[in-house]
Design a binder for this molecule. Structure first.
Ligand SMILES: [Zn+2]
Length: 421
């Protein structure tokens, strides 16, 4: 049985490993490791060496996912997947994604050679952030069979296609279908930093993700009348920007008064855009998210009604178009419940929460039971070199993960899930 000081040593090692991986970068002096960029080779070499030290067999699939397998008690046994992503945003921190891969390796280490009734496949996804090709989740999409010709033909800023990038990394795009999940997978578990302030504000180290929020992105345009800023009296104006501004405040007001909704207008553009000219056109984007599809749809409908009524009152026309509509993804209730117990066994109170950001778990949930554990993020800061974790929280995450593996290994309900129709 491992003691809390064992978990602390493993946590120290895990944090040092995250810091080491952060040095494999496309940029000098900062961390940037996009899909199949050259430093990903170094990253793979390093993580592989830790895996091989634990007698895991290591491979890289055709989209560049690093996959290490720790066998079960019997060769015919099913497996679980634990992982996250190894790519980063530009000017990244050391923990987003990476920590989930490193912790998966540490959990195998925590078994000290003990075999379970399921194998453990540690996955380091090659692409989650969408930086190089403008499409996120290329790594996890390959596991659910969603890397198609359209995606392979996409080009990066240098005109290199996904297909060419795969070749350049010494992989074969014709073998992508072999990356698909095998039939023996019982589920997927992902540790990830929260990347937000909620757990910190509650004073809790760990959270259980119940759902990944659904979201809509829209573009609203308000059309009024361009005119002279000096000669047009206030009561005779049809100011498109003033209408947009009133609506933007309405967005904030509604989101503040509706529990669980987050809504953001992050982009505004006006025409003609001059100091002494009344704006005839104003375009504004809306990003709205909630864990409940119904609550999100109702709030969105209300914001559309408000845009219409604000525009009508001001003699302005409002139009909108949808850029993205994505439903919420529930995490697996059984795994979520088990994670809650495991967090309690580690001496913490689990906080049940929704993830406001997308994660690989959301893609895998299309095909297999998936669940996530969030770690408190100091200052809520992420996608920045200042991104950090508390050593004690990482130790608690490992203790939770170790309890979770023990619980699942003893659960006939979980192991019984093997029998797929
Ligand atoms: Zn991430």
């Amino acid at each position: 049985m491992l003691t809390s000081s064992d978990f602390r040593s493993l946590a120290e090692e895990a944090i040092a490993r995250c810091r080491k991986l952060a040095t494999f970068s496309e940029d000098a002096g900062g961390t940037r490791r996009t899909f199949l960029a050259a430093p990903m080779h170094d990253c793979h070499r390093e993580v592989s060496s830790w895996m091989k030290g634990l007698s895991m067999s290591v491979s890289v699939d055709a989209v560049g996912n690093l996959r290490g397998f720790y066998p079960a008690t019997s060769p015919a046994a099913p497996r679980i997947l634990i992982g996250s992503h190894l790519d980063t945003v530009p000017n990244a921190g050391a923990f987003d994604g990476i920590l989930g891969v490193v912790l998966a390796v540490s959990l195998v280490e925590s078994l000290r050679g003990l075999k379970l009734p399921f194998g453990i496949e540690v996955v380091g996804f090659s692409e989650e952030e969408g930086v190089r090709f403008g499409v996120p989740f290329i790594g996890s999409r390959a596991l659910v069979g969603r890397v198609d010709e359209e995606l392979l033909g996409r080009k990066d800023a240098n005109g290199i296609s996904v297909r060419k990038a795969i070749h350049d990394f010494a992989l074969n795009p014709d073998e992508i279908s072999e990356a698909v999940l095998s039939e023996d997978v019982l589920g997927y578990i992902e540790f990830h930093i929260e990347q937000g302030p909620v757990l910190e504000s509650l004073g809790r180290p760990l959270g259980v993700v119940e759902a990944i929020v659904g979201q809509n992105r829209l573009e609203f345009s308000f059309s009024g009348q361009t005119n002279h800023a000096g000669t047009t009296p206030m009561n005779l104006r049809r100011d498109a920007l003033a209408a947009a501004a009133e609506w933007i405040v309405a967005v904030e007001t509604l989101a503040r008064s509706t529990p669980g909704i987050v809504a953001t207008v992050g982009f505004v553009e006006t025409k003609p855009g001059a100091t002494n000219v009344i704006a005839g056109e104003a375009r504004a984007t809306l990003d709205i998210r909630h864990a409940s599809d119904r609550a999100r749809t109702e709030a969105l409908d209300e914001l559309v009604r408000q845009a219409e009524s604000i525009a009508a009152r001001r003699g302005v026309r409002a139009k909108w178009r949808t850029l993205l509509s994505q439903n919420a993804v529930a995490m697996d209730p059984f795994l979520t419940e088990q994670i809650g117990h495991a967090i309690q066994k580690a001496g913490c109170e689990p906080h049940r929460m929704a993830s406001g950001a997308g994660h690989d778990a959301m893609i895998l949930a299309e095909k297999i039971p998936a669940a996530m554990i969030f770690l408190r993020t100091p200052g809520g800061i992420s996608h920045d070199p200042a991104e950090s974790v508390h050593l004690d929280d990482v130790a608690k995450a490992l203790e939770c993960g170790h309890h979770l593996l023990t619980q699942l290994a003893a659960s006939q309900e979980f192991l019984g899930r093997t029998c797929r129709a």
